[in-house]
Design a protein around this ligand. Sequence first.
Ligand SMILES: NC(=O)c1ccc[n+]([C@@H]2O[C@H](COP(=O)([O-])OP(=O)(O)OC[C@H]3O[C@@H](n4cnc5c(N)ncnc54)[C@H](O)[C@@H]3O)[C@@H](O)[C@H]2O)c1
Ligand SMILES: [Zn+2]
Length: 370
Amino acid sequence: MTPIRLIVQSERTRYPVIIGAGVSRQLPALLRAYGLDGQRLVVSAAPIWRRHGARLRLTGADAVTRPALIADGERAKTLETVAQLYDACLARALDRSAVVVAVGGGVVGDTAGFAAASYLRGIRLVQVPTTLLAQVDSSVGGKVGVNLPVGKNLVGAFHPASLVVCDPELLVTLSRRELRSGLYEVVKYGVIASRPLFTRVARDLDAILACDPDVLTPIVAACCRIKARVVGADEREGGVRRILNFGHTVGHALEALTDYGRFRHGEAIGYGMLAAARLSVVRGTMTPADESRLTALIARMGALPPVDDLDAFDALDVIAHDKKVVRGRLHFVLARGIGQTTIANDVRPRELVAAMRHIGLCAGRTTRRH
Ligand SMILES: NC(=O)c1ccc[n+]([C@@H]2O[C@H](COP(=O)([O-])OP(=O)(O)OC[C@H]3O[C@@H](n4cnc5c(N)ncnc54)[C@H](O)[C@@H]3O)[C@@H](O)[C@H]2O)c1
Ligand SMILES: [Zn+2]
């Protein structure tokens, strides 16, 4: 199959996203074709590079072209890792024309991307996302950054890639849980922007969970197309980009309440979408039938970690301090059926607590007033 080529275009940037089963094998040729060959730093993490490094044919035997491998997982997304990457750039004497090639999930992409955004005030970046979440979300849109000890993603930049190469064949080695985590974000794209995508995911769920690259390719492309359209219209998140946060208000609260230890990000978003759908039904922007379609799909995707020990009022406290509160008002993305959204900026705490109880949170502190 010929790879799918999308263009992300905004006021400030324009770059291609190439999506196709097996396309990562053509990476050296793609880099040449887009003028991105020459000096480079390949960044990955050991478990990813061990599985997929060879097929990318990016490195030779000599030390200069060896990849910089960062520690695996969220704990590696730090300024210390970025400093290690600056050292790796310096050791290779990279100049302004050099390219950072990030091969990995969102952690590698965000961290290597931030190093690329800041080394010599910015060198070019190529993203080769290897998780479903990174293919449909973090590699497109230009946000890069790291965590600080006090919170996630507190330091960062807008530094769009010069090229994104999405190969669904790379996903076959993902654990089922990581694959599912990305799939909740896919479902989110369906709910916010494309009923056909939602229906396709429901129809092809078994093949998706079996990681069939030919089934995944058009799905990844559909998600990238939606994200490209949204970020193209609003790169810096003032307006339309907000719709990408569907399910994320409650989702982020669940992640924070459990110290990021219980849920994979997508799993928390699974719950967040259920709460947002409930609120949408209560507010009359979604029919109960569409809510049931979403509930049924999420149930078919597999069991989610429990939430019945989490208090809806504690979640509300987290939300009240969330950066999505602008001047004391909560901007909440509601579903308008499946395939469209609307923003509510008058959601009352009481309604939110009810929606969170509906998805299974407890309300132990019912005497509290909000
Ligand atoms: N920049 C953005 O716009 C944006 C958007 C969404 C999320 N993010 C960030 O992305 C990060 C989460 O990304 P993630 O879910 O990809 O997590 P991750 O990068 O930690 O990867 C998850 C796990 O999968 C493993 N892995 C990666 N590719 C693999 C493969 N092909 N086969 C087997 N194992 C593989 C990794 O080694 C890791 O253990 C978070 O830090 C989040 O803040 C950024
Ligand atoms: Zn998300």
